[in-house]
Design a protein around this ligand. Structure first.
Ligand code: NGO
Length: 534
């Protein structure tokens, strides 16, 4: 008996020693208490509950995927690529049949859409696991943007940094208020290379935008190769505002951009502006002009002086060819046909022109978007008007049963200067300081145009005065996160609360090497604040 007791005590002691040895070997520090509710997310998620602790990424952390599709794999790889450089960890990506052991990411597709729709996600973080689930792959991708923002800002740096890499625990349920959340880049007034456009795509993806509208043709340059009308780019693409070199995307390069965007769940909306804003085309093909004479290339910044000859049949042959080739390059549902500021096209010519172009776009299986002037024509319910100038045009769209994209120049034009000292940009619609760009609600902006009539929100960047990526970034940041939030969160917004979250993005902007405008109105946080609970 005595022997047995001694034996048991011995075993107990041994177990304790072994446990102690195991614990000191793995040397796992206790999780840091953290408050998810204090994180500074943009866009603000729909709901969030904090549980006060943290999950830590370490060199053993794996990104597990429930399922083995190429698409899931690609999303897992995207997350790994975001985490690898700064952590220096291997971040393996692996398919699994069952829920993984402790210490890992777990990405799952739930199938059932429910409230989450195509882009919603649920992120549930415990000390043991970061579980991201969504009905659709796009939702997982959006959720990954949230994970990025829950990590220290230095996660965005390209070289290994000191940890710890902790994420506060709790649950986030999130989905967008508007289906269309975009930015526009004018590549006609100044041309931007493929790599710049890719960076632009990455930047807008960070804030959960899902549309890149490319303004591909205007008076100053035609930027997309059309094989049946080669002179459009060979001649019409060779200059830009100020007389610089210009350029254009070959169809191959354009497809590369479309794919790059698609991998980030961003749809490219290509725009060929017509019947006005067409000098580059009119200069490339004499027959598109009423007098049969090609115009000179144009490198100034006036608007409203050019028009396709709407009465000539060859013009519709031309448009048919352009739309056919563009539609074939476009997996997304929309083709934008401009339609703005056709000041030298008589209204009686403009209306049948737009009607006919709308039919051509539909024949090629796409939906037409046009600037708000197109509401003069007979819009089909699948067509969309982009409100930029005239509120009554937005109302006309609604009266015709068409949806509206909200891009008011006074609020959402990113080429408007912040104030009178801004080096680049214009101010014809006013100055748009960072607060003014944020303090408005698309659903109450125009009487009679309510949330149900609104497809979404887009912030355009016109580039008459913008010549390179640094200047693009300066005009876009820090306003773009605000537009992204207006479109995603779709609720009443509070500048006093938002400006604090925006100020906390400083370290992130800097880690991403973004050339932003350091507005005095924003309380910029000098460093990543520690979100530990004390
Ligand atoms: C207007 C005009 C563009 C200019 C822009 C400059 C629209 C829809 N048409 O917006 O051609 O580039 O203003 O802010």
């Amino acid at each position: 008996m005595r022997n047995k007791t001694q034996h048991t005590t011995c075993i107990q002691l041994l177990t304790m020693v072994v446990m102690f040895a195991v614990l000191s070997c793995t040397n796992t520090p206790p999780p840091t208490p953290k408050d998810l509710a204090k994180e500074n997310l943009i866009p603000k998620p729909v709901s969030l509950t904090a549980t006060g602790s943290s999950f830590a990424i370490n060199d053993q952390t794996v990104i597990y995927l429930q399922g083995n599709t190429a698409e899931l794999q690609q999303i897992g790889n995207y997350l790994a690529e975001k985490l690898k450089p700064a952590t220096g960890f291997g971040m393996q990506v692996q398919a699994t049949e069952e829920a993984p052991a402790s210490g890992h990411f777990y990405l799952t597709l739930t199938g059932d859409k429910g409230q989450y729709g195509d882009e919603g996600y649920e992120l549930s973080i415990s000390e043991e696991q970061v579980k991201l689930s969504a009905p659709k792959p796009a939702g997982l991708f959006r959720g990954i943007q949230t994970i990025r923002q829950l990590l220290p800002a230095k996660i965005e740096l390209g070289t290994p940094q000191e940890g710890p890499w902790e994420i506060a625990t709790g649950t986030i349920r999130d989905y967008p208020g508007y289906a269309y959340r975009g930015a526009m880049l004018d590549v006609s007034r100044h041309f931007f290379q493929v790599d710049d456009v890719k960076r632009f795509i990455d930047l807008i993806a960070t804030y959960k935008m899902n549309i890149l509208h490319l303004h591909l043709a205007d008076d100053q340059g035609w930027r997309i190769e059309i094989k049946s009308w080669p002179n459009l780019t060979l001649h019409g693409g060779q200059t830009q505002v100020g007389g610089g070199e210009g350029g254009y995307y070959t169809q191959e390069q354009y497809t590369d951009l479309v794919n790059y965007a698609q991998e980030r769940y961003i749809t490219i909306v290509p725009e060929i502006d017509m019947p006005g804003h067409t000098n580059a085309a009119l200069s490339s093909y004499a027959e598109l002009n009423c007098d049969g004479k090609a115009t000179k290339l144009y490198t100034g910044t006036d608007v409203g002086f050019s028009t396709l000859c709407t009465k000539k049949e060859v013009v519709y042959v031309f448009i048919e060819d352009v739309i056919r080739e563009l539609a074939a390059l476009t997996p997304g549902p929309y083709i934008h046909v401009g339609g703005d500021e056709s000041h030298v096209t008589a209204l009686e010519d403009y209306i049948p022109f737009i009607n006919r172009v709308q039919d051509i776009v539909q024949t090629h299986g796409k939906m037409m978007i046009g600037w708000d002037e197109v509401t003069e024509a007979r819009l089909n319910p699948t067509s969309v008007a982009q409100y930029w100038a005239k509120a009554e045009n937005a109302q006309k769209a609604v009266a015709q049963g068409a949806k509206v994209i909200i891009s008011p120049a006074k609020k959402a034009y990113m080429d408007m200067q912040y104030d009178s000292t801004t080096q680049w940009g214009l101010h014809w619609a006013g100055y748009i300081e960072v607060d003014s760009g944020y303090i408005w609600n698309p659903a109450t902006l125009v009487e009679g145009v309510t949330k149900e009539n609104i497809l979404g929100v887009e912030a355009p960047l016109w580039t008459e005065t913008i010549t390179n990526m640094e200047e693009i970034e300066y005009m876009v940041f820090p306003r773009l996160p605000g537009y992204a939030e207006i479109a995603w969160s779709a609720g009443p917004n509070d500048w006093e609360e938002y400006k604090v979250r925006l100020g906390q993005q400083k370290a992130r902007f800097e880690a991403m090497d973004i050339n932003y405008y350091p507005s005095d109105l924003v309380p910029w946080a000098s460093q990543d604040t520690t979100k530990e609970v004390h």
